[in-house]
Design a binder for this molecule. Structure first.
Ligand SMILES: NC(=O)c1ccc[n+]([C@@H]2O[C@H](COP(=O)([O-])OP(=O)(O)OC[C@H]3O[C@@H](n4cnc5c(N)ncnc54)[C@H](OP(=O)(O)O)[C@@H]3O)[C@@H](O)[C@H]2O)c1
Length: 324
């Protein structure tokens, strides 16, 4: 595996280029500000009447309508939500300069064919492995967030150097840029979202909380045990790895984890994980995402409403935290 850092990357390929960031949300804001602070000429492309223009301009960024931003740029980064990439690309395609580069922070749209960039365009991926808020705060602390990069098409012969210079300019070269492909990044990312950190872990916490409460434990204690300790283990794993985390906890906790962990995460879980991976690779989730957007996000809206009303969330609020 190739892992590159600042010293391995030439920043010059981006130095005289203009970058249009399309979308000023979680990733768009962070990447635009990091690029700007790295001395790159950035324009934020927004739809008419966007409420984001004020924030971008107050931070010294230029803003323009999508089509104007795109036609003025050498590099265009697609940082609107994945499910609208197909429509957004159709809207901007004729404004893209001949021989420009188009970039993504998720492999999904290209891997599953929702965007098929024009043959003259370089197509690259720089996908920071974490949320935009952290990408920005790490950058301002002089650190960086590890990112995956790839080239799907090298039309000009410069796609690789542009991708790497882009990754460096958002600060990821300080932590490391890992070579991958659109397919590998998209599939691994969607798998993790469903089967590991974002899908399975919260459900495990909820199941643990509900089991303790059903067994007569107070919701407050159940919350502190099953949910409140997550940050502690995450910090330990980040600092010492999983083996180091296990060595750092008490013998009681370590033996409990040894006996209990594999009882819960058994072969049946691995089998279902493999099913999720196959479904992701077959494009089933990408299709679901597209359907959800077309229908106006009914499942997401309903889940967001329901999630707020649970005993676990009430307990979270009672313990003096807020969920906003
Ligand atoms: N979220 C993350 O932490 C994360 C991490 C790694 C990679 N990524 C990837 O980064 C990309 C962006 O994700 P995100 O979570 O940052 O998106 P997001 O926060 O949901 O993006 C919101 C931005 O997209 C704009 N937008 C929404 N619909 C639009 C439309 N129809 N036309 C034009 N602009 C539109 C919004 O415009 P207004 O300002 O007008 O509302 C807003 O500026 C995705 O490919 C995602 O997979 C995200």
């Amino acid at each position: 595996m190739e892992l590159l850092r600042d010293a391995d990357i030439d920043p010059v390929p981006l130095a005289r280029k203009r970058v249009a960031i399309l979308g000023y949300g979680n990733q768009g804001r962070a990447q635009a500000l990091n690029l700007h602070d790295s001395g790159i000429d950035v324009v934020v492309g927004l739809r008419g009447g966007s409420g984001s223009a004020l924030d971008a301009e107050s931070h010294g960024l230029s803003t323009a309508l999508l089509e104007d931003a795109v036609s003025s740029a050498d590099v265009v980064m697609m940082l609107a939500p994945d499910e609208i990439h197909a429509a957004l690309y159709r809207e901007i395609e004729t404004n893209l300069r001949e021989g420009a580069a188009i970039g993504f922070s998720h492999g999904l749209s290209v891997r599953f064919g929702y965007v098929e960039p024009r043959p003259d365009l370089d197509v690259f991926l720089v996908a920071p492995k974490g949320p935009g808020t952290a990408l920005r705060s790490l950058y301002t602390e002089g650190k960086g967030m590890i990112a995956v990069w790839a080239v799907a098409r090298d039309a000009t012969g410069h796609a690789r150097e542009i991708a790497l210079a882009y990754g460096r300019a958002i600060g990821s070269g300080r932590a490391g840029l890992i070579a991958s492909s659109f397919a590998e990044e998209a599939e691994a990312d969607l798998f993790n979202e469903q089967a590991v950190v974002w899908g399975a872990v919260p459900e495990l916490l909820i199941a643990g909380f509900e089991t303790l409460v059903a067994g007569g434990v107070s919701p407050e204690l159940a919350y502190l045990e099953c949910v409140g300790e997550l940050k502690l283990i995450a910090d330990l794993i980040e600092a010492r790895g999983i083996a180091g985390m296990r060595e750092a906890i008490s013998n009681t906790a370590e033996l409990g984890a040894l006996l209990g962990g594999r009882r819960i995460i058994d072969e049946s879980v691995r089998k279902r994980m493999a099913e999720v991976l196959s479904e992701v690779r077959a494009g089933r989730f990408a299709e679901e995402l597209r359907r959800e957007e077309t229908e106006g996000y009914p499942r997401l809206e309903e889940a967001r409403r329901d999630n707020r009303e649970t005993l676990l969330e009430e307990t979270y609020r009672r313990l003096g935290k807020t969920s906003d």
